[in-house]
Design a protein around this ligand. Structure first.
Ligand code: UDP
Length: 476
């Protein structure tokens, strides 16, 4: 969305011909790292030779500089900082605590690195002075360091606009005594939230393993980061989330740049932390159009052994072709994932299991007819942008919110609710791939895909927002 009062203009060369450098600091989880690096790629490409890029990164979960433009500088932060408890995984994972710790532990090392980077840039001829820091909205600690050293900040929200609107409403729901919910009673949890339609109270309980207090602190930091920034950048597009974007503009009081879908705008960046199995694309080539179910829970969500078993037999019994991502750490309390005996024979020739897939290419493949997803925002957006309808199985954080929009607002998928049972899995797959209802969801998803394509055309809303953002960066 264009900032009020600004007009779109070609961005390259703005800033009076001065060379500038944009600094970026992503959260070191796959779903956050990817859009930040895509943003870097988009800005770099659009900025021509006028914009340098420096990426600060947590030394664990490091991106690979070789897979990015040679002009990008990569600066590690916090080598030697203990990181085992910074990577949430397993059934008791506490994401809020991981983010709070990340801020605490990386703040001091970042101060040193940023000081150093600023000093080097002063010394360097033509290297480009740092214009600003684009920081993930969960890294309030790094933003405070930048403020201290006089570097302006922009904030990247890697989630949906709907999610930010829900986070903005969180403090008021606490003040009203609605959060945390007074009981686990179904009627109570299903209570619709009038100003956040189609969300229910249960969709605002972001994780069963995070305390309300930690969630409150995390969201407060996030809102502080957004409000004290020089602008918020969102990886979504105007035609998808128009009314929520409007609510953010009215509620935050800072400029907003709606630049998504970033994976369709950015080229030359590839940031997968795990090796992608490319052979599945060849396998997909042999399948019929719209026939294959792609199953993936993203980089952090998990299931227990019983759920793995029920999923396996649900897939087998559905008789539909499938491509299933089973990440090395996807099954809780199991070091080695074993599929049930007889599964391979039952699915021979129509199923493929891989440890990690080139997801964007998979979703873009004509053979894919549906996506069983945990509804992380990147996966949801990637699915929308390829016109692929979804079976939704959200687990934590913003995933429930994304699922509600997929099911109730865009009507391009449905939730697979309750305990996982093979019969329910089979029915859900059949509904998505083989019924008129599923076909209509696919059609609506394809209509949204067409809107996404328009947004990233030259005069489209997201392309114009990238230009405005670049202009803003060059103006600092
Ligand atoms: N992804 C991938 N290969 C896979 C599964 C996921 O490349 O086999 C990518 C996917 O394209 C997406 C990201 O990992 O960009 C996951 O982000 P998302 O926000 O969906 O979920 P998270 O991992 O943060 O829970």
């Amino acid at each position: 969305m264009a900032t009020a009062g600004e007009a779109a203009s070609p961005a390259a060369g703005s800033g009076g011909g001065r060379r500038r450098r944009v600094l970026l600091f992503p959260v070191p989880f796959q779903g956050h790292l990817t859009p930040m690096l895509q943003l870097a790629g988009a800005l770099h490409a659009r900025g021509g030779g006028g914009l340098g890029v420096t990426v600060f990164y947590a030394a664990f979960n490091a991106p690979d500089p070789a897979r990015h433009p040679a002009a990008f500088r990569f600066v590690p932060v916090g080598e030697g900082v203990p990181s085992a408890d910074l990577l949430p995984s397993g059934s008791d994972a506490d994401f809020a605590v991981a983010l709070l710790r990340l801020n605490d532990r990386l703040r001091e090392p970042f101060r040193d690195r940023l000081r150093q980077a600023l000093a080097e840039e002063e010394e360097e001829e033509g290297g480009g002075a740092a214009a600003c820091l684009v920081v993930d909205s969960n890294l309030r600690g790094m933003q405070l360091v930048a403020e201290e050293l006089g570097v302006p900040t922009l904030v990247l929200r890697t989630g949906a606009a709907a999610c930010l609107v829900a986070y903005m409403a969180f403090p008021a729901l606490c003040d009203k005594g609605l959060l945390p919910p007074a009981s686990q009673d179904k009627a109570q949890l299903d209570m619709p939230l009038d100003e956040l339609t189609p969300l229910r109270l249960r969709d605002m309980v972001f994780s069963p393993t995070t305390t309300h207090g930690n969630m409150e602190r995390c969201l407060q930091h996030l809102l502080d980061a957004a409000r004290s920034s020089s602008g918020v950048i969102l990886n979504t597009f105007q035609d998808l989330e128009d009314s929520d974007l409007q609510k953010i503009t009215n509620g935050l009081g800072v400029p907003m740049y709606t630049v998504g879908p970033l994976h369709k705008i950015s080229s030359g960046t590839e940031s997968s932390l795990l090796a992608q199995d490319q052979t599945c694309l060849k396998w997909l080539d042999k399948q019929e159009a719209d026939s294959v179910l792609y199953v993936s829970l993203g980089s952090l969500a998990s299931m227990d052994e019983k759920e793995l078993l029920e999923t396996a037999w649900g897939l087998a019994n559905s008789q539909s072709p499938f491509l299933w991502v089973i990440r090395h750490n996807m099954v809780r309390s199991s070091h080695q994932v074993s599929l049930p005996e007889g599964f391979e024979e039952a699915t021979h020739g129509r199923g493929m299991v891989v440890p990690w897939a080139p997801q964007q290419e998979v979703l873009a493949h004509h053979a894919i007819g549906g996506f069983w997803t945990h509804n992380g925002w990147n996966s949801t957006l990637e699915s929308i942008c390829e016109g692929v309808p979804m079976i939704c199985r959200p687990q934590f954080a913003d995933q429930m919110i994304n699922m509600r929009y997929v099911q109730e607002v865009w009507k391009i998928g449905f939730e697979l609710e309750g305990g996982l049972e093979r019969g329910k899995v089979e029915m859900a797959i059949t509904k998505l791939l083989c019924t008129e209802e599923g076909r209509q969801m696919r059609q609506r998803a394809k209509d949204l895909r067409d809107k996404a394509v328009k947004c990233i055309e030259d005069e489209g809303s997201s392309k114009s927002a990238i230009d405005l953002l670049l202009k803003r960066i060059m103006s600092f």
